[in-house]
Write a protein that binds this ligand. Structure first.
Ligand SMILES: *Cc1c(COP(=O)(O)O)cnc(C)c1O
Length: 426
């Protein structure tokens, strides 16, 4: 049995952890079977409890853009830990990481650190509501902004009307303030603005979507959103929890040349420790407590351990911006290799990629929003996932996730990955 120890651990886990995991996507519900348990990781490789090695394409769902156990981050954490991990009192490292983030990312003057991407997005929405004095927000079907109530909303049958909650525990009252638009469809956004004059505080979007698989914005889409927000007095929030410090130093704002009003971060900004952040121009951020009336707080926010890890990560990226180009080239290489294998095998597919994000979809139809992403063949995905796993490649255990390449991956690793696909019985 390939995964004997992992299966034993999963049986133990299920007794004390709901579903055996602390975040649902780690379970193999979408692909079947028991999740593997990881013992350690280094560079581009994961090692499981049974001693098997995997080439890793999730990098902890994005944070580890330079590979696992990246020495400067590990050294910063170890050195800091000896001096105490949290005080609940200001420390100098908070200023240094904030200065660096503000320097790397365009259109932001001030940044507040929190402990997760969820917290960052939840707080960004509160700030937008406090700033505009309006209550409703627009989000896109298929975009994920963390698990706060306001974001767990699915389209009702009316589509562009009021959403209904898609998780028990989210109230109708909350759901009615979250309006749903379709990704890459400006008309759906315009319709919502027209139907809710002077009521929309913000539009929140993943500027390159990753949570319905990788779906890049169509030409002109983000520009159009920027224009609609400005015309209607709503704030444009770029959720860059995935794309921030991954697509470029300045994230999607830099890549597309578009200024968002609020930007949220997570994942890479913490270098593998729990960190989120939200940032904006000073005039918006000054609405936040203690300067302004919009309340937001956190016992462990900006703790020196997490900030030291984040600072080491951002410093590395700031000093080596060639990493982004190197990653984009590796991603393009994988894209091309996968495309060739799937073409030769006659398997219907679409591969979307952008920068170091990539998703293969098993469908004939170009994927540009949630509805087209959902056409992907989930049975074929299961065979693909397990075939790749047995071939020593760890992929997200769901067809609707982005791969996150890390720069420790070598071209030899990419060739081995393409070879594993060739051997898969799809
Ligand atoms: C991961 C993610 C979040 C949530 O971040 P957590 O740290 O998991 O709470 C929010 N938005 C986007 C775009 C993400 O990818």
């Amino acid at each position: 049995m390939l995964y004997k120890r992992s299966s034993e651990l999963f049986a133990q886990a299920k007794k004390v952890l709901p579903g055996g995991v602390n975040s649902p996507v780690r379970a193999f519900n979408a692909v079947g079977g028991d999740p593997i348990f990881i013992k350690e990781a280094k560079g581009a490789y994961l090692y499981d409890a049974d001693g098997r090695r995997y080439i890793d394409y999730i990098a902890s769902w994005g944070p580890l853009i330079l590979g696992h156990a990246y020495p400067p981050v590990i050294e910063a954490v170890v050195e800091r830990a000896h001096k105490g991990t949290s005080f609940g009192i200001p420390t100098e490292v908070e200023i240094r990481i904030a200065e660096l983030a503000v320097k790397m990312v365009p259109h932001i003057d001030k940044i507040r650190f929190v402990n997760s991407g969820t917290e960052a997005c939840m707080s960004a929405i509160r700030l937008a509501r406090g700033y505009t004095g309006r209550e409703k927000i627009i989000k896109f079907v298929g975009c994920y902004h963390g698990h706060a109530d306001a974001f767990l909303i699915e389209a009702g049958s009316g589509g562009a009307t009021f959403g209904s909650p898609n998780s028990p525990g989210v109230t109708q009252g909350t759901a009615k303030d979250t309006l749903l638009a379709n990704y890459n469809d400006l008309t759906s956004v315009k319709t919502l603005f027209e139907a809710n004059p002077e009521q929309i505080a913000a539009v929140i979007i993943e500027p390159v979507a990753g949570n319905m698989g990788c779906v890049p914005p169509a030409e002109g889409f983000l520009e159009g959103l920027r224009k609609l927000c400005t015309e209607n007095g709503a704030l444009l929030i770029f959720d860059e929890v995935m794309t921030g410090f991954r697509l470029a130093k300045g994230g999607a704002q830099e890549v597309f040349g578009i200024a968002a009003d609020i930007v949220t971060f997570g994942k890479v900004i913490g270098g593998g420790l729990p960190v989120g952040a939200f940032a904006a121009r000073a005039e918006v951020m000054d609405h936040l407590a203690p300067d302004g009336p919009v309340y937001q707080a956190g016992t462990l926010s900006g703790n020196p351990l997490a900030m030291s890890a984040g600072l080491a990560m951002l410093t590395a990226l700031n000093e080596h911006p060639e990493v982004f180009d190197s990653l984009a080239k590796k991603t393009a290489y994988l894209h091309k290799g996968f495309d060739k294998v799937l073409n030769e095998a006659g398997i219907p597919h679409q591969i979307n990629s952008f920068g170091s994000m990539l998703t293969p979809f098993f469908t004939d139809t170009p994927v540009m929003d949630f509805a087209t992403s959902a056409k992907s063949d989930t049975e074929r995905f299961k065979r693909y996932f397990h075939g790749m796993l047995a071939g020593g490649v760890y992929l997200p255990p769901s067809g609707f996730e982005s791969y996150f390449l890390n720069d420790a991956l070598t071209y030899d690793d990419l060739d081995q990955t393409i070879d594993a696909l060739r051997k898969c019985k799809l």
